[in-house]
Design a protein around this ligand. Structure first.
Ligand SMILES: Nc1nc2c(ncn2[C@@H]2O[C@H](COP(=O)(O)OP(=O)(O)OP(=O)(O)O)[C@@H](O)[C@H]2O)c(=O)[nH]1
Ligand SMILES: [Mg+2]
Length: 457
């Protein structure tokens, strides 16, 4: 084992709870715990067993506890691990940790348990990072993506492809060693086939990032429309809460209002915007510019309009202008129409081929149907959850770098560039791919990654 120190930290959240779990990892985890434990001799117990007993300070009983034993290598860190479940009082927890420190344990730094798991080969770096994502996940899709990645996700595939590239790299290096003899060890066609395969995979991972990122941070969904269409009323209806100011004055919302909402296990970030119209008001104009920017960055557009007053030509225009983004047309204010007028409007909209969801934001009519439609649109636009998703910006950056190195290799092969230049590009690609799974990393990178974890993870 690389680490001789035995580390300790509270693994449950700070604060008062029914129980707190203190975790130790390291060669001496069991023997250090035994020094303050009154009960069975922990040193003689089998792995994966739990034991009731007391934590004592000299002769004072501190708490009744349950101790779980995981012996190396069958533990989270692949080291000896002890988990002490005690009562969740801050006093008890601090006291037990202090006793453990006095008996030879050291305080764990943030993410050190997971870091050890990585160093001891329990999983690769991308999987270790997924542990942090899993803990942070607050919705079903983010949870699925993190769990999938923690179990291996795209890592193995990436590692295999990288290995193929490494093989070519060594052959090319060999050619350089025999430069004077002008021999070819690396078949250029085979190299091209391999590079194309990796390239396709890297591209698919890069493409998954926007969705992966969205499910982690919420799928950006913009509510836009003319002033007084009922955008802010709709935002409030979706959240069932008065988030935005609603008034009959056109141009009420000037700044963008955003918040997150989980619907059917998918996280959305709803964005209420300033109504779009021609205006001489400087502040309102700035708001409208922001609206347009938000739409450009969003994944879904909810275009809401007042069914009583909306001009059909304007709707056709909107459909054209925003064809770049999946758009749901939301016909609002249906409460104001009698049945006959409603039927008429229905026909008109059908004639111009605009599919709508009919709601009354103010009276909470059909909001659930709208929510359902939003989820379907989000899922239809995106990947099935079984796919590998890139959710981590560090992975994304490395994939982008690997991608440009791969492009250079392909270009180089087309143009028959010098072998040493080719070797350099292959080395780059191998390096950046290796950065993701942690096959090449320096201590500094590791430190930044694991310092983002909390203590006790
Ligand atoms: N009758 C009726 N009134 C509604 C409905 N939805 C919104 N309103 C009213 O329409 C007016 C404008 O609503 P807002 O939600 O402020 O409209 P907005 O689109 O946010 O407007 P701006 O922020 O000015 O662009 C308010 O008086 C609302 O109460 C609806 O479904 N039926
Ligand atoms: Mg508004």
């Amino acid at each position: 084992m690389l680490n001789s120190k035995t580390i300790v930290a509270l693994s449950t959240p700070q604060g008062i709870g029914a129980i707190g779990v203190i975790r130790l990892s390291g060669f001496e985890a069991i023997s250090i715990t035994q020094k303050l434990f009154k009960g069975k001799n922990l040193l003689e117990q089998a792995t994966h067993t739990i034991h009731f007993g007391h934590i004592i300070d000299k002769n004072d009983v501190i708490d009744e506890v349950v101790v779980a034993i995981f012996k190396e290598p069958h533990s989270f860190t692949k080291e000896n691990v002890i988990e002490i479940s005690c009562h969740g009082s801050n006093y008890i927890i601090q006291k037990i940790i202090k006793l453990l420190l006095e008996n030879g344990a050291c305080y764990a730094s943030p993410g050190e348990f997971t870091q050890r798991a990585f160093i001891n080969g329990r999983f690769d770096l991308a999987q270790a990072e997924a542990v942090a994502d899993l803990i942070a996940s607050d919705n079903e899709s983010a949870h699925k993506a993190a769990l999938n990645q923690m179990r291996g996700g795209f890592s193995q595939n990436l590692k295999n492809l990288r290995q193929d590239l490494v093989t070519f790299y060594s052959l090319i290096e060999l050619e350089l060693d025999f430069a004077e003899e002008d021999v070819v060890f690396a078949n250029r066609n085979d190299l091209k086939t391999t590079v194309l395969k990796i390239y396709a995979f890297v591209i698919s991972l890069l493409e998954s990032f926007s969705y992966g990122n969205a499910i982690k941070n919420g799928i950006p969904t913009v509510i836009a429309g003319k002033p007084n269409a009922g955008k802010s009323t709709l935002l409030n209806a979706l959240f069932n809460e008065e988030k935005a100011i609603v008034s009959e004055i056109a141009g009420t919302t000037r700044d963008v209002i955003e918040d997150e909402l989980i619907i059917e296990g998918v996280k959305f970030r709803f964005i209420d915007t300033a109504g779009i119209r021609e205006t001489a008001d400087k502040l309102e104009a700035i708001g409208i510019e922001r609206t347009k920017k938000k739409i450009a960055q969003a994944s879904i557009l909810l275009y809401i309009f007042d069914i009583e007053t909306e001009n059909l030509d304007d709707l056709i225009q909107v459909k054209q202008d925003f064809s770049f983004i999946p758009t749901l047309f939301v016909a609002n204010h249906i409460d104001k129409l009698d049945e006959k007028t409603f039927e008429l409007k229905l026909k008109e909209l059908k004639n111009i081929n605009i599919d709508c969801i009919f709601i009354s934001a103010k009276n909470d009519i059909n909001i659930l149907i709208l929510k359902d439609k939003i989820v379907k649109t989000a899922l239809g636009e995106t990947f099935s959850t079984g796919d590998s998703l890139v959710t981590n910006i560090r992975h994304y950056e490395n994939l982008k770098n690997a991608n440009s190195a791969l492009e250079n290799i392909l270009l180089g092969l087309e143009n028959d560039i010098f072998t040493d230049l080719l070797a350099q590009e292959i080395r780059q690609a191998v390096y950046f791919i290796g950065q993701i799974t942690g096959e090449v990393t320096n201590d500094e990178i590791l430190e930044t990654i694991f310092s983002k974890f909390c203590i006790g993870k």
